[in-house]
Design a protein around this ligand. Structure first.
Ligand SMILES: [Zn+2]
Ligand SMILES: [Zn+2]
Length: 137
């Protein structure tokens, strides 16, 4: 927990007990989590607090939101070198049609794309759908 406290402080987030627990939970997951997954894990906690915790994490760049086409936003930890830098998570995301889980493919960057003249990209979201390695056995 001491380590998580340090991490949150690096993001200029006051490390409350709740925030540290939510961080620990997301960190323990190999797949992206939705608000309801977090809620199910912290049944006794106030939903609004959990929602705000995720929002704070997102604003501060602790997590990034993933739109996996299911209509339910998912969150996953960001891993940046520089914690104070505004985050750009230009890696691919993968949504498995079989287990319905979404994962970050952090080692797979979004390929360079070309746009018509005068178009300025501000955010790129690239999602691959298919069958994940666990389901493809
Ligand atoms: Zn799968
Ligand atoms: Zn990601």
């Amino acid at each position: 927990m001491k380590k998580i406290e340090k991490i949150l402080q690096q993001y200029s987030i006051r490390p409350t007990a709740m925030r540290m627990l939510v961080y620990q939970f997301i960190q323990s997951k190999t797949t992206a989590v939705s608000l309801s997954i977090v809620e199910n894990n912290f049944e006794k906690s106030d939903r609004t607090t959990l929602y705000r915790t995720l929002k704070t994490f997102e604003e501060k760049g602790v997590v990034h939101q993933i739109d996996d086409g299911t209509g339910i936003p998912k969150y996953a930890l960001c891993n940046h070198e520089n914690k104070s830098k505004k985050h750009r998570d230009l890696h691919l995301h993968f949504h498995c049609n079989s287990c319905r889980e979404t994962v970050c493919l952090t080692n797979h960057q979004i390929p360079q794309i070309s746009l018509p003249n005068n178009f300025i990209p501000e955010d790129i979201n690239m999602l691959v759908k298919g069958v994940c390695d666990k389901c493809n056995l």
